[in-house]
Design a protein around this ligand. Structure first.
Ligand code: ATP
Ligand code: MG
Length: 261
């Protein structure tokens, strides 16, 4: 379980997060959505311990600040919104960095399994800097998966923190990654993912946290928060959800406005 209470983060001259509460359960995918600048990345970085925050955060029942860095690396893996790599590693070497950071060092077979989980085995020997943006995103996902490969270790859930994990991916690879993420949760791990695409969020998430101006505007199951009233206000544009034939998964199409003549 992750429990965050009254999280406030001040960056520069202003409070970027203003008293946020969140409970995220293992076995579920929790998505964080909201407009650009609403505080999603800041909140994720606070939850991972990367950014100092006021308030309290517990991970699996322990105060986040009390967990030694080395132990934390075995409990949770983080996919940042932007990843810069200083050296011209191959794809295999990048994924091995994840293995070394976690608890699976020496299990080199996991590298190919992690690449397979994101549909990227064919790139194993390529130099990472030569890859396209989407290919690099898949390799970074493989790196974080390798770090926490077993969703539950010794009865303790592990966590994936993902900042826009499918933003650069084509629909086929989005599908693969969403399945991998859902499987990680179904096997007992926890996932917190920042998302922009509301339709992908609806099929991926068990719970959606909607941020606006550093506060929680809504929180609940996709059907509860993905309503015309909530989303049109949060995104400041007309958004009217439909429902897939099964009647439970909402989808949204932006409403076109008449062109000015
Ligand atoms: N280091 C910083 N110093 C000052 N302000 C910052 C800093 N980092 C972020 N901010 C501000 O905090 C706000 C929230 O930023 P954040 O990166 O969390 O937004 P976001 O919801 O992830 O947006 P996006 O969808 O564009 O990724 C923004 O207004 C941003 O300009
Ligand atoms: Mg962001």
């Amino acid at each position: 379980m992750i429990e965050a209470h009254d999280i406030t983060v001040r960056l520069g001259q202003r409070d970027t997060l203003k008293g946020i509460d969140l409970v995220a359960a293992p076995g579920q995918v929790t998505a964080i959505v909201g407009p650009n600048g609403s505080g999603k990345t800041t909140f994720l970085r606070a939850l991972t311990g990367e950014l100092k925050a006021h308030g309290t955060i517990t991970l699996n029942g322990r105060a986040l600040q009390s967990i030694p860095v080395g132990e934390l690396a075995g409990l949770r893996a983080v996919l940042p919104q932007a990843v810069r790599m200083a050296f011209p590693f191959t794809v295999t070497e990048v994924v091995r960095l994840g293995l070394r950071a976690g608890l699976s060092a020496g299990r080199d077979g996991l590298i190919l399994q992690a690449l397979e989980a994101v549909g990227t085995v064919d790139l194993a020997d390529r130099p990472y800097p030569d890859l396209s943006g989407g290919e690099q995103q898949r390799v970074q996902l493989a790196r974080v998966l390798a770090q926490v490969w077993e969703p539950v270790a010794d009865g303790i859930p592990r966590w994936l923190f993902l900042d826009e994990p499918v933003s650069s991916l084509d629909p086929g690879h989005q599908f693969t990654v969403i399945n991998t993420v859902r499987t990680f949760a179904a096997r007992g791990g926890g996932v917190i993912a920042v998302m922009h695409d509301l339709n992908l969020t609806a099929i991926m998430a068990d719970k959606v946290v909607v941020l606006k101006d550093g506060r929680v505007a809504a929180m609940g199951a996709p059907c509860e928060v993905m309503t015309e009233e909530i989303l049109s206000d949060v995104y400041n544009c007309p958004l009217r959800p439909g429902l897939m034939p099964a009647g439970t998964v909402p989808f949204l199409l932006p409403q076109s406005s008449p062109l000015a003549m």
